[in-house]
Design a protein around this ligand. Structure first.
Ligand code: ATR
Length: 279
């Protein structure tokens, strides 16, 4: 049973909406597992009230928050400092309150790479076909390059967005933008195929490309975890490819946030179990 005392520390998540978030369940399980006297609560923050919410965090000594859609970009100028990754991405998913100084981080991309490592997938030197050039694509691509990926082919429906993203990424490694319609011509070069778009979340979504052309040798990753196995992953699995869904990314971005706040290694298995029970 959760015992709240005068010393209990408060953490939470800012989102709009926030009701669907699995983070409260996951972080609460982590605090409990390590016997840390802390709670983690959802805060539904209208974007128009974000500055007030950030001031409130300072005023009330809230120790840390996660930040989710649609506030990740908007919170950046409201903080005292952001780390290198969050600064490059222009987006924050984790805030730590260090004696009144609010510091922003972004653990999404590293959480993604951690989730691959957990599945025995080493990204070093690999050619990655990354689909999507939005905020998620950017964080994943940046982390992949920082952690040694050999080349990233960014495919996007709006090719201009892929071009712009590749321009920003080019100082960190080898990148190549292509239109989504050209994906099938590069499939054979890809060690890793990653979907960072929202396509596959809904039952009637049309396919991003012909999934039957996925080679058996590829590792196929979808950052979606609901549904647990998207159509992309289902077909890729039938083709004999190794598949990984977005659950690991969710858990590992949270594990990194936990470490930033508490300085302690997160109980990853406990966090994963808490989320799995709800999915
Ligand atoms: P996020 O921050 O979650 O990445 P986003 O910035 O809105 O969200 O980006 C969504 C990504 O999914 C984009 O790459 C988008 O492609 P466009 O840049 O062409 O819009 C992609 N996307 C969304 N719906 C899509 C669809 N039906 N087909 C192909 N790509 C789609």
């Amino acid at each position: 049973m959760l015992k709240i005392t005068g010393k209990t520390e408060v953490y939470g998540i800012f989102g709009f909406p926030v009701k669907h978030s699995l983070s409260p369940l996951m972080q609460t399980a982590a605090f409990e597992a390590l016997g840390i006297d802390a709670v983690y609560v959802p805060f539904e923050v209208n974007p128009d009230n974000l500055a007030d919410a950030v001031s409130g965090m300072r005023a009330m000594g809230i120790k840390g928050v996660n930040v989710t859609v649609p506030l990740k970009e908007k919170i950046v100028p409201l903080l005292d400092e952001v780390d290198e990754t969050a600064s490059f991405l222009g987006a924050v998913n984790t805030v730590k309150n260090l004696n009144g100084r609010l510091i922003g981080f972004n653990t999404d991309g590293d959480g993604f790479v951690d989730s691959l490592a957990e599945e025995g997938v080493d990204v070093k030197g690999k050619t990655v076909l990354l689909i999507g050039a939005g905020g998620s694509g950017k964080s994943v691509a940046y982390a992949l390059l920082k952690r040694g990926a050999g080349r990233i082919i960014v495919a996007n429906r709006t090719v201009d967005r892929a071009v712009t993203l590749c321009e920003k990424l080019s100082r960190y490694g080898s990148v190549e933008p292509i239109p989504l319609s050209d994906v099938e011509s590069v499939l054979d070069r890809a060690d890793l195929i990653v979907n960072t778009t929202s396509v596959g979340m809904r039952d009637n979504d049309s396919r991003l490309f012909d999934y039957n052309a996925i080679p058996e040798s590829a590792v196929v990753v979808d950052i979606i975890y609901k549904p647990f196995r998207t159509e992309l992953l289902g077909v890729a699995r039938e083709k004999g490819a190794k598949v990984i869904n977005g659950l690991g990314m969710l858990v590992h971005q949270g594990a990194r946030a936990f470490k930033i706040w508490t300085g302690r290694e997160a109980p990853v298995d406990v966090m994963k179990k808490a989320v799995l029970e709800r999915l």
